[in-house]
Each structure stands twice: as C-alpha cells, then as structure tokens.
Design a protein around this ligand. Structure first.
Ligand code: NYM
Length: 212
C-alpha cells in the first residue's frame, strides 16, 4: 500500500561512556519494538564479525598494538563496510538501533589527542542518524559498575577525556538521558524519543549524511 512503500525505518544511535548501560537499553528497546510488530534490528559498532572487526577486537583486548590513526581508520572502515546494507535496511522499512556509531569513533580518538577535524573526515558520507541518544553518566559512576577495566580505554582518567570529547560533539538535537536513573525509567524515556523519531521517519523525513 501507499504508506508502506513510502515509509522508511529510523536510524537510532545510542552513545555514551563505557558501562553507561547502552547495550542493555538497546536490547530492551529492540524487544519492545519487535513485540509491537515493528520491523527492527539491533546493530552495534564495532561489528566484530567482519575481518576489520576482528582486528579491532584484538586491539581492544590488548592483543595487538596499532598507531592511533590506524585504529581510528579501522573503526571508520568498519562502519563503511556496513553502509550499503544499512541504507538498504532503512529504505526497506527496517528501523536500526545502533549501539555506538561515528560519535564514538571521534570521541575516543579525540580523547587521545588527535585533531577533531581529522577524526571526523573519514565519517563524512556515512548515513546520519535520525536520533542520537546520549546516556549520561559521570566517569566516576561508570567506573564503579561491574566489568569496567576489562578492555583498552576502560580506565577512569581516559573516560574523563572521552566525556569531554562527547561534550564537544553534542548538539541540540541529541536527546540526553540520565543514565543513573532506574533501568525502567531510562527505558521509558528512551521509548518516547524513539517512537517520536520513528513517526517522523514514516512521514517522510529524508535520509541524510554525516556531518550535517
Ligand atoms: N570505540 C568504538 C572506538 O574507540 N571507536 C569507535 O568508532 C567505536 C565504535 O571501542 N570502549 C571504542 C569504544 C569502546 C570500545 O565498544 C568497544 P563496545 O561498545 O564496548 O563493544
């Protein structure tokens, strides 16, 4: 029918510091939308299943060393290798919930001291999210959560720098949710902003590209 042929899925991105709760929230959101009959998929970056993703995974586990610029470009390449599939899915009406995206790419590398313009450049032309949700937690609180410290970057001093990078990247379109609220309260707020965004996409909001 007319509506389904013209309506596309929404590109929803969750961002935040390590241990902010993104992964549990994207899982819960996925389940909620799926149970309501929406066409939806749960994605994450890095996607560790590709060849590039395996190089990234070994770097994060401290099993390999790479120049800061080189790993930055691998993270970006990992998004580029999924770009056409992403566009296909969105155009065919599937909403994508994406756990980390280009903002993580820039935030973590900028936190190492790389030039922010250089960090953004390889992301130009990737699909722009329809919604960016930032799960806001202080680096100190995040560090207290279980599992922190298992991978490269999961150290308090570095996370403080990443928090600063995110602040530099944030714009007024981002929805910021307090990540120290209860799981249920976060979930409720997340659903609200996501459903609004999906409606706008169904009504014909065009897909656009980074950086707007
Ligand atoms: N990360 C993630 C980056 O440094 N650049 C990127 O482009 C992306 C997508 O990888 N500490 C970092 C952030 C995380 C780590 O992510 C792995 P996760 O969500 O823990 O799998």
């Amino acid at each position: 029918n007319k509506e389904s042929s013209s309506s596309r899925g929404a590109l929803i991105v969750l961002e935040g510091l390590d241990r902010c709760g993104k992964t549990s929230q994207s899982g819960r959101l996925y389940k909620y939308l799926e149970e309501r009959g929406h066409s939806v998929e749960s994605w994450r970056f890095p996607d560790r299943n590709t060849g590039v993703g395996q190089m990234i995974s070994s770097y994060l586990a401290n099993q390999s060393q790479l120049d800061d610029h080189a790993i930055h470009l691998l993270f970006s390449a990992n998004r580029w290798e999924k770009r056409s599939l992403m566009e296909e899915k969105l155009k065919s009406g599937t909403t994508l919930i994406v756990d980390r995206y280009s903002y993580s790419g820039v935030a973590f590398s900028y936190a190492k001291g790389l030039d922010i313009g250089w960090c953004k450049a390889p992301e130009i032309g990737l699909l722009a999210p329809d919604l960016v949700v930032y799960l806001d937690i202080s680096p100190e609180k995040a560090a207290e959560r279980g599992g922190f410290g298992d991978e490269r970057y999961e150290q308090l001093e570095f996370q403080k720098k990443v928090a600063g990078s995110y602040l530099a990247l944030r714009d007024s379109s981002w929805k910021v949710i307090d990540a120290t609220l209860s799981i249920e309260d976060i979930e409720k707020k997340l659903r609200e902003v996501v459903l609004d965004c999906m409606k706008a996409c169904h009504k014909g909001k065009p897909l656009s590209q980074l950086w707007p």
